[in-house]
Design a protein around this ligand. Structure first.
Ligand SMILES: *Cc1c(COP(=O)(O)O)cnc(C)c1O
Length: 391
């Protein structure tokens, strides 16, 4: 063989005696076949077989399998982000002329998609009070094909009565999809209470280190999952095995991270709820937070993500006071090792309900730092908030 050929063709390596404990990153666009016959038949072996890198690698299959084992259900489809998981579910399960019911607390980019593109193509979305429980019956129409739940909701963390909503929807043959990003299947399992689809922003708690974007859709039935998989493949959405590897690594520590962040978060939220100038803490585990009783009934614990509403007298001081934070970083997303604080703007995000928020709303994501250090940092923030401004 000449040099150029030897540059391309790598000598076979002996794998005997090598067994890594980790899932390997297997990269591919092209997948090769041992015979022409195997190549001809490459699409005949079902969606789990390997035909082209876009349709899955062993690394992606390992992550899909892991997510299915945590959520139950018939299987999982991976997509490049949590938002893509929502998009794929909505576009695969709805057609022009169909109606979609969403909670008023839905993740803002999903609201934008529903009011923008979905509306353009003739899918009508309407919104309901997230606390409506079996009262959703009143919002269902002849044309309703999908009920979306997100529990707890974005910004104000209302916990929805998913079992009651599922029951009403099921009686009318309507599918229910749940954005389960806050809870992950470790704290709440939508499929176990009868939801048809559970979507996760793997970017958040599962990835866990603020360094990857991925989403997943897990469905109770292959018939539903197959519609979503077909749309994802048709749209050419694939995921990188490197990102799947990072997600698999993140998942190994998910349960200890969630426990630490959840417990520290509850203690810090309770402490903040006593501070002067804090009007309200929106945290499912705190009595008085909307849906607290449902959380206590249905959830196995709390994530470390919650919001605090401050007195409106702090509106002017908030940005300045955020500058006093040393450990909490200012940023969106959540579920990573670093604690985050982010002002939440509900403008345009509530069209049928009025949350009891008059002043600034601040969302916290508790990370993996020492809890006492975080409390000191927050104390500095509240001191800066209350200090008389220098004029
Ligand atoms: C972040 C988030 C998403 C979207 O996830 P990305 O991976 O960032 O696109 C969807 N739903 C909820 C509730 C989220 O918090």
């Amino acid at each position: 063989m000449q040099e150029a050929t030897r540059c391309v063709h790598v000598p076979a390596v002996d794998r005997e005696g090598f067994a890594s404990l980790t899932v390997p990153v297997e990269r591919a666009s092209t997948i090769v076949f041992p015979t022409a016959e195997a190549f001809h038949n490459r699409h005949r072996n079902g969606p789990q077989s390997y035909s082209y890198g876009l349709y899955g690698t062993p690394t992606a299959r390992a992550l899909e399998g892991q997510l299915t084992s945590l959520s139950g259900g018939a299987g999982t489809v991976l997509v490049p982000s949590g938002q893509a998981a929502a998009m794929a579910t909505l576009l695969a399960l709805l057609q022009p002329g169909d109606h979609l019911l969403l909670p008023d607390t839905v993740y803002a980019p999903v609201r934008s998609l529903a009011d923008g593109y979905l509306k353009q193509i003739g899918i009508e979305a309407s919104y309901c009070d997230p606390m409506i429980s079996e009262g959703i019956g009143r919002h269902l129409r002849q044309t309703t094909r999908l009920v979306w739940v997100e529990s707890p909701g974005s910004g104000t963390f209302e916990v929805q009565d998913v079992p009651a909503i599922v029951k009403v929807a099921k009686d009318r043959g309507i599918l229910v999809a749940c954005d389960n990003t806050w809870a992950t299947p470790l704290l709440f399992n939508p499929l176990a209470v009868g939801a048809d689809v559970s979507i996760e922003a793997v970017s958040k708690h599962m990835g866990g280190h603020s360094d990857l974007l991925l989403g997943s859709v897990t469905a109770n039935e292959e018939a539903v999952l197959g519609r979503i998989r077909t749309l994802v493949r048709g749209f050419g959405l694939g995921v990188s095995p490197d990102d799947c590897f990072l997600a698999l690594r993140g998942l190994q520590t998910l349960s200890v991270r969630l426990r630490h962040q959840g417990q520290a978060g509850i203690r810090l939220a309770r402490w903040m709820s006593e501070l002067a100038g804090v009007e309200r803490v929106w945290h499912p585990a705190l009595p008085g937070s909307p849906g607290h009783e449902i959380w206590a009934r249905d959830f196995a614990g709390a994530a470390g993500v919650f919001s605090v509403s401050l007195s409106s007298r702090f509106s002017e001081r908030l940005d300045h006071a955020l500058g006093a934070l040393r450990l909490f970083q200012i940023g969106a997303s959540w579920g990573g090792a670093h604690s985050l604080a982010a002002p939440v703007d509900l403008t345009g995000q509530r069209t049928v309900t009025r949350p009891d928020v008059t002043g600034p709303l601040l969302r916290f994501s508790i990370g993996l730092e020492d809890e006492a250090d975080l409390k000191d940092d927050l104390a500095g923030f509240f001191a800066a908030l209350s200090a008389t401004p220098n004029t």
